[in-house]
Design a protein. Structure first.
Length: 307
């Protein structure tokens, strides 16, 4: 019974970290939202770049609500070798589309999707809504103007201005922290007399590096182990416990059987004279000389058939 209780306690200790890692609440350390209207489509390209806050347990299953009409093109993880695609699922939930994937660790992640822009002659309008899926320690938003843009405005204002690698004006702002369930909305208006795209007929590479779908064998193996580390450790721990208990029980049975055989042999050696005529001590089993009356090894008086 005690053995079973020990086994149960060890199982709980080993399994608890894995469960906590899978179910712990996620916190986004920094969420950088990049909005690129009319970049390579006549739509708005939305890019999420984010990292998980220190202390967030991983692996963690993440769910992001996107507009129902969103077209998700990529979910990727940042690695030293570039961006690698992450498997994801997308399900409709009323006015939202829910994208679900697993974050293996606290490295950076990227989500890309397209949503419509509202056109009225030369006027353009779009809005962005962060629905508050997770707490965010720092929110940073930037909007890149397409070429030949005039009358750009946003609410709230994006006070910082710079040039993108394509030499396009970029407006950005940092908006501090947001709580879970706290929405954040941005409205953008501008005018443009052309429908020419910023990048025409070229594959989009918003992060500056291609998303490699052909992961090498070693990278795939490392990715598998990083995603399932808690479960692998738990399985190995349980396996070691089972092997240890089996060895313990078997070794106990072996000692008991050996002791029984020893006692049996000792009992058989209480005969002072063997079948070959030799005299042996009934106490320690040592052979005695025919003339001995006492055992030379333990000193006990020898039993003889003629005594």
């Amino acid at each position: 019974m005690k053995r079973l209780m020990v086994l149960a306690v060890l199982l709980v200790i080993l399994i608890t970290p894995a469960a906590a890692g899978a179910q712990g609440g996620a916190i986004i350390n920094e969420l950088r939202v990049r909005l690129w209207p009319e970049y390579d489509r006549s739509e708005l390209l939305v890019i999420y770049n984010f990292t998980l806050a220190p202390g967030t347990r991983t692996p963690a299953t993440l769910q992001f609500r996107l507009p129902a009409e969103a077209q998700v093109t990529a979910v990727a993880q940042e690695t030293p070798n570039g961006l690698f695609s992450v498997n994801f699922k997308s399900n409709s939930d009323g006015e939202w589309q829910v994208v679900t994937f697993e974050a293996a660790d606290q490295t950076g992640y990227q989500i890309e999707f397209y949503v419509p822009i509202h056109f009225l002659d030369d006027a353009r309008h779009f809005n962005f809504i962060w629905p508050g899926d997770y707490p965010v320690n720092t929110l940073v938003v930037e909007v890149q103007e397409p070429s030949q843009t005039a009358g750009f405005s946003s609410d709230p204002a994006l006070p910082n201005e710079s040039l993108s690698p394509d030499n396009l004006p970029t407006h950005s702002g940092a908006f501090g922290s947001l709580g879970e369930g706290e929405q954040w909305v941005l409205d953008v208006n501008y005018t443009r007399a052309t429908n020419e795209l910023t990048v025409s007929g070229q594959p989009v590479q918003p992060s500056g590096g291609a998303i490699d779908n052909e992961i090498s064998t070693s990278a795939a193996v490392m990715d598998f182990f990083s995603r399932n580390l808690f479960y692998i450790i738990g399985f190995l721990g349980v396996l070691l416990i089972v092997v240890g208990l089996v060895w313990y029980w078997q070794s106990g049975s072996s000692v008991q059987s050996w002791s029984g055989r020893k006692r049996h042999n000792s009992h058989s050696e209480t005969e002072s004279v063997s079948s070959d005529g030799q005299t042996y001590c009934h106490e320690c089993g040592k052979r005695a000389q025919p003339s001995d009356k006492f055992c030379r090894a333990c000193g006990v008086r020898l039993r003889r058939e003629d005594a």
